[in-house]
Design a protein around this ligand. Structure first.
Ligand code: DGT
Ligand code: CA
Ligand code: CA
Ligand code: ZN
Length: 590
């Protein structure tokens, strides 16, 4: 660990001890130690540790020296890990509320039993905080305002929500007469599951009217910056957006730069430097010679030293000996090496999708009937569509009893026989994985279905080993076709249950069970970071909207983003296969 990272750990230990009500001298020792550490050179720290001289220095001492040494050599600290685990996460989270320090948090915890931001909000609303000694009305109001700000402004946003804001802005910018090129860059363009802020980039003949248009969009609550070539706004939702205006010849360089990611950019810049070039948001210019990169770029006006101009990202990558890298892959995870060798995969695209499996109807907790859902699937142009309502144990979701499921199977058969829709309908279920790993219907009933999605919907608190064994038992059931939402996470809302993903992936491959990429923008589960390796080892993916109403089918788009970030090709995604192939594959599994 670097000394700054170590200093951060020490500071946090001080804060956590304060939360626990430790004596102030002990707390201060960590804070002082962190500051003393920051004043030492990195190399000097290594020398002091090696020579065992740290403990003799002012601000350290035996206990702290031992901890710093452990962090410096192993990157971990048992004491810190134990301390973190011993404190309720809700208390730590409360530290993020502006104006609320560890002492106050400890006080409300001790006196009122408050252990989460939700508890605290309720206590403020009921006036119980104001009544506490040392708090009062003013403090209570300040805490409430802090909670609101944290919610509105501190948070990241789902890709889907950010995209719904950004898409009409990009379209509107492009329609302005002054605008030559406009694009939304950043994490949104990379298809990240959550987005911190929006990054718009524009090349225009005239700046002022574009800025004026941007800052007057509906939903803009505050203009936080407004300059010659840049403006920033904050929407009602708390989402912030930057607009940058650049000369047209710089557009492609700025687009690449502001698309990121940072890791990708760093690697690209190193590659450029190895070729005697300096790469930046301004341009791709010779590293040698007079002036800054910006000055050189302004002189060259988007031309290379040899006179060629670069106006597309494809040309920019080519200038560095690379195939075009699609934004979703720009995470610094090996895409540059693959582009150099011409080994980038042809990623799955929205147009490749021929059907989806995991969807609900009004029979369980959906908002549209079977016929309405199938009509919407047909409107998507899909060849097939799977119905997977909840099973009987999901009583909160109106899960189907055996009799109701049998009736639904007959309904679907009749629908297919009547050829009312061009889309073939598969009969399925989203069958609960019971706490011990058994399935929620008996084998005979499961065998009557075309396919079975197995999912965990209750008892999320099992430890990792138990939950993993539970899911693997379900995967090993001969009736299981695919695993729904691997972790049950709800992005920005709820952590997933704990699982050993590698073991579950192994079991799925061994049992020829598909793992779903749940395309609900709140889920995107299994996570894109796990797909590349899993698919290389033979895992099949199903991109499933988990639609509860017809509009939910659109969410496949978010699933495609995640699949592309996971390097998935058409071949690895079951729902790009034509209907007869899917039917053969399902029949063979039986
Ligand atoms: P976000 O907004 O947190 O979801 O993530 P991004 O990736 O949109 O990040 P943002 O908005 O801070 O900046 C947009 C892009 O600009 C980022 O992906 C890469 C580039 N960028 C920003 N700051 C830096 C930096 O310090 N170094 C490098 N190499 N690139 C940067
Ligand atoms: Ca951003
Ligand atoms: Ca930004
Ligand atoms: Zn589910």
């Amino acid at each position: 660990m670097t000394k700054n990272e170590i200093a951060d750990v020490l500071t946090e230990i001080g804060t956590l001890l304060e939360l626990q009500g430790e004596n102030p001298f002990k707390v201060r020792a960590y804070q002082t130690g962190a500051r003393a550490l920051e004043a030492i050179e990195e190399a000097e720290l290594a020398r002091l540790i090696a020579a065992d001289e740290l403990k003799a220095m002012k601000g350290f001492g035996e206990a702290l020296t031992q901890k710093i040494t452990e962090l410096h050599t192993t990157g971990r600290l048992g004491y810190y890990e134990k301390l973190t685990a011993s404190i309720a996460p809700g208390l730590v989270e409360m530290l993020q509320i502006p104006g609320l320090g560890p002492k106050k948090i400890k006080a409300v915890h001790d006196k009122l039993g408050i252990a989460s931001i939700a508890d605290l909000t309720a206590a403020c609303q009921e006036g119980r905080i104001a009544a506490l000694e040392g708090f009062g009305e003013k403090t209570q109001e300040k805490i409430l305002a802090g909670i609101r700000n944290r919610e509105a402004y501190g948070k990241r946003h789902l890709w889907w929500d950010a995209w719904e804001v950004s898409a009409p802005i990009v379209a509107g910018l492009r329609a302005l007469p002054q605008v030559k090129r406009a694009e939304a860059a950043g994490s949104l363009r990379r298809g990240m599951e959550t987005v911190g802020d929006l990054d718009f980039l524009v090349a225009a003949t005239e700046v002022a009217p574009v800025v004026e248009w941007f800052v007057t969009r509906p939903g803009v609550k505050e203009v936080t910056a407004r300059g010659e070539t840049k403006a920033s706004v904050r929407f009602e939702s708390g989402l912030q957006a930057d607009l940058r205006l650049v000369p047209e010849e710089q557009f492609v360089f700025a687009l690449h730069h502001f698309t990121g990611s940072k890791d990708h950019n760093v690697q690209m810049r190193q590659r450029a430097l190895a070729r005697g070039l300096s790469m930046s948001e301004w341009g791709l210019v010779p590293a040698e010679g007079e002036g800054t990169a910006k000055e050189k770029a302004e002189r060259l006006k988007g031309r290379m030293a040899d006179g060629r101009t670069i106006t597309t990202e494809g040309a920019l990558f080519a200038a560095l000996g690379l195939n075009f890298i699609t934004p979703e892959l720009r995470e610094g995870l090996g895409e540059i090496e693959a582009a150099e060798k011409g080994e980038l995969p042809r990623l799955v695209e929205p147009g490749d999708i021929r059907g989806v499996w995991h969807n609900h109807t009004t029979a369980s907790d959906g908002g549209n009937t079977l016929a309405e859902m199938v009509a919407a699937a047909e409107a998507q142009g899909w060849e097939y569509y799977g119905v997977a309502d909840h099973s009987k144990s999901s009583y909160q979701a109106n899960g189907l009893s055996e009799a109701r499921l049998l009736k639904q199977i007959e309904e679907i058969k009749a629908l297919n026989a009547a050829k009312r829709f061009k889309t073939h309908v598969f009969t399925g279920t989203e069958c609960d994985i019971l706490p011990d790993g058994r399935l929620d219907y008996d084998d005979a009933l499961l065998a009557k279905l075309d396919y079975v999605v197995v999912s965990v919907h209750n008892v999320f608190t099992q430890d990792e080993a138990t939950m993993t064994a539970r899911i693997i038992r379900a995967i090993e059931h001969p009736g299981a076709t695919m695993l729904g939402h691997l972790t049950g996470r709800l992005l920005l809302k709820r952590e997933g249950y704990r699982v050993d993903a590698a073991k579950i992936i192994d079991a799925a491959i061994a049992n020829r069970v598909v793992i779903e990429l749940n395309a609900n923008p709140l889920r995107l589960d299994m996570d894109w970071r796990l797909w590349r390796r899993a698919a290389e080892r033979g895992l099949l993916c199903a991109i499933n909207p988990d639609a509860h109403e017809t509009a939910g089918l659109e969410h496949v788009r978010a699933g495609i983003n995640a699949a592309r970030k996971g390097w998935l090709t058409k071949e690895s995604v079951l729902n790009t296969w034509p209907l007869p192939e899917v039917q053969r594959w399902l029949a063979k599994r039986k």
